[in-house]
Write a protein that binds this ligand. Structure first.
Ligand SMILES: [Mg+2]
Length: 286
């Protein structure tokens, strides 16, 4: 499905509204990065990824490996919007027996490729899949996207996978790094300084781009560029605002793993609904 940027912005707004309601209903979960990633997920599912929601095992599909599994609410909200399961399922987030657990679980949810939880695993999983596609399947038309948090880059196995992907010139990997500068315990640079991320990834042999993670056109063009780079893996450092859309959460690490109460959720959703109206008006004017 390939929507225009205006229509993708509307999808991102709906995804944010659903993320807030899901978290409110669950009473626990991760707000900051789920809201911060809504524009990227809307662009992935409504422009970039090759998939069929009614045929999750489509042999020509792209892979999306979610390494920062605690951002599950934004993944689930985007997948519901894309038609993988009914939107009403979203309200079962984190409930006993629900397919939508706190971290995505492979097999339980159609279209989820790997189970996540332990941070740092996704890039290794993505590299393994990319290696198979490139050297065993000889399939140049399938891409392996992986979503990484910036706090997650503290994990040593990220850098092991980065070396592996460089060694085997895995040009089919597109790693999108959520650079929101926060993690569970504070600012990333206070907890464990990441330094110059562009230089770090470049020194590991990767092609690197830096983008505004809320700009749908930049998200799109950076992925198109990454796909055109066939001789090395690609990292896209996406600068995002944690809690984007909920003004009192924005930039504040304390919302990493906290959810809005009923009143706060109503406040955010009302604001998002007002934005939705103007986005629709703008889209009509194009
Ligand atoms: Mg972060």
């Amino acid at each position: 499905m390939r929507l225009s940027s205006d229509r993708i912005a509307i999808k991102a707004n709906i995804i944010r509204q659903n993320v807030v309601r899901m978290l409110e209903c669950a009473g626990s979960g991760h707000s900051a990065s789920s809201l911060g990633l809504a524009d990227i997920y809307a662009t992935l599912y409504f422009k970039l990824l090759n998939y069929r929601s009614n045929e999750p095992d489509l042999s020509s599909r792209d892979y999306l490996i979610v390494s920062n599994g605690h951002t599950a609410p934004v993944l689930y909200a985007a997948m519901a919007e894309a038609g993988y399961f009914d939107r009403s399922e979203l309200y079962n987030l984190r409930k006993l027996g629900s397919i939508l657990q706190g971290h995505p679980e492979r097999v339980m949810i159609p279209g989820v490729e790997t189970t996540s939880g332990p941070l740092g695993s996704g890039l290794s999983q993505a590299s393994g899949i990319a290696y198979v596609l490139q050297y065993l399947d000889y399939n140049p038309h399938r891409f392996v996207y992986t979503m990484l948090g910036d706090g997650e880059l503290n994990e040593g196995n990220i850098w092991e996978a980065a070396m592996f992907a460089n060694k085997y010139k895995l040009g089919n990997i597109i790693a999108i790094i959520d650079r929101n500068n926060i993690q569970i315990d504070g600012q990333t640079e206070d907890v464990m300084p990441l330094g110059n991320l562009r230089e770090k990834w470049e020194s590991f042999g990767w092609h690197v781009q830096e983008i505004d993670g809320h700009n749908i056109d930049e998200i799109t063009s950076s992925v198109e560029m990454a796909k055109a780079i066939t001789n090395k893996p690609s990292a896209i450092i996406a600068y995002t605002i944690s809690g984007k859309g909920a003004d009192f959460m924005e930039y504040d690490y304390k919302w990493h793993g906290k959810v809005p109460d009923n009143q706060q959720a109503d406040y955010i959703v009302n604001k998002l609904k007002a934005d939705y109206k103007s986005l629709q008006q703008e889209a009509k004017d194009v």
